[in-house]
Design a protein around this ligand. Structure first.
Ligand code: NAD
Length: 330
């Protein structure tokens, strides 16, 4: 039997590239990516892609041609503008890529889905939308973790644009019967992340002798999910052909930003001690808080655990050490 064709948007970014690296050659992979600053060609070195399209998903005409020439069986939509600070400085790119770009992905996908006349081809068609826990807003310390039923309350232009994209995906499922699944995951960490994000930024700045910035008092809490665990969840969703669903995915691993940064510093102290033998934590500098900064995210992943038997299998400290070694050596 021929392999199924998987069209991946944003495959040169952080999670997309980790996902492509994780799935071996079970599928024929086609990547559509504008290759913004967050992409890196090296992320897919030595990967055998069936198709590689340098393309902005906001360009509907070109995107439609690519969809038609590939005729994908499954689509995983990672492409997005993903950094909250940039969305505060310049929301427009976020509105364009995350909302209009997602709309284009959906209408191209629907055209392909409708053109698949044989039932068995329709049966395994999927549009997987990769989204964030940030669409649910911010929790107080006493609040229960977000479930799939939590109300959308996005606070930043980034999370608002992702919320809008989730709603569009839902609408294509409800109105046009497009088989979609939305995955709302917590903060991922691992290799290949652009160094504006907390973990790579902390490592790079520490090793370059620069200040390590912490927003506000550093007490914001995030639920850190190792990217390999998230990729396993996505793989399950496509292998098991799960559609018309949504899942929250996190690691039950809530850590305050300040504690995470101190932990990174102490691992660096062990593996790359400073010349003066002082701790890297001396480079920490508290800076003005991010506007509208969410206090706490926490994810209840019971649904995917129960229905797909997924669970995070990597140990946090080992994964963090592996991640630190990756950035320290790159
Ligand atoms: P990233 O910023 O590392 O990568 C985004 C990729 O999308 C890049 O390859 C970029 O070139 C591509 N892209 C951006 N705009 C495009 C456009 N207009 N046309 C085509 N390609 C475009 O992002 P990431 O961290 O890998 O996130 C992937 C997805 O997961 C995003 O949808 C993001 O919202 C979501 N997400 C990420 C996290 C996280 O912790 N990183 C957490 C929750 C959800």
């Amino acid at each position: 039997m021929s392999k199924k064709k998987l069209l991946i948007s944003g495959g040169y970014g952080f999670i997309g590239s980790n996902f492509i690296r994780s799935i071996g050659d079970d599928y024929d992979i086609f990547v559509v990516d504008k290759r913004t600053y967050a992409a890196n060609e090296n992320h897919l070195n030595n990967i055998n892609l069936k198709g590689d399209y340098l393309l902005d998903i906001c360009d509907f005409g070109e995107l439609k041609k690519v969809f038609q020439s590939i005729g994908p069986d499954k689509i995983i939509h990672f492409a997005a503008e993903s950094h909250v600070d940039r969305s505060i400085a310049n929301p427009e790119e976020f509105i364009n890529t995350n909302i209009y770009g997602t709309y284009n992905m959906l209408r191209c996908a629907l055209e392909i889905y409708d053109s698949k006349l044989e039932d068995n081809k329709k049966d395994f068609f999927q549009f997987i939308h990769i989204s964030t826990d940030e669409v649910f807003g911010s929790l107080k310390s006493s609040d229960k973790a977000f479930t799939e039923e939590s109300t959308y309350k996005p606070n930043s232009p980034y999370s608002a644009s992702k919320a809008a994209s989730d709603h569009l995906v839902r609408s294509y499922n409800k109105t046009f019967d497009l088989p979609t699944t939305i995955l709302n995951c917590s903060n991922n960490f691992g290799q290949n992340q652009y160094h504006e994000k907390l973990i790579p930024l902390t490592i790079k700045n520490a090793l370059n002798g620069k200040e390590i910035p912490i927003y506000g008092n550093g007490e914001q809490i995030r639920d850190w999910l190792y990217v390999k665990d998230f990729c396993n969840a996505i793989k399950m969703v496509i292998d098991l052909n799960i559609s018309n669903e949504r899942f929250n995915i996190g690691s039950n691993n809530e850590i305050r930003n300040i504690d995470l940064v101190i932990q990174i510093c102490s691992i660096l102290d062990e593996i790359r001690p400073r010349k003066d033998k002082k701790s890297y934590s001396q480079q920490i500098k508290f800076v003005e808080d991010r506007k509208g900064h969410d206090i706490r995210y926490a994810i209840n992943s019971n649904k995917i655990k129960k229905s797909l038997n997924w669970k995070p299998k990597y140990n946090f400290e080992d994964s963090l050490k592996e991640t630190i070694a990756f950035y320290a050596n790159s």
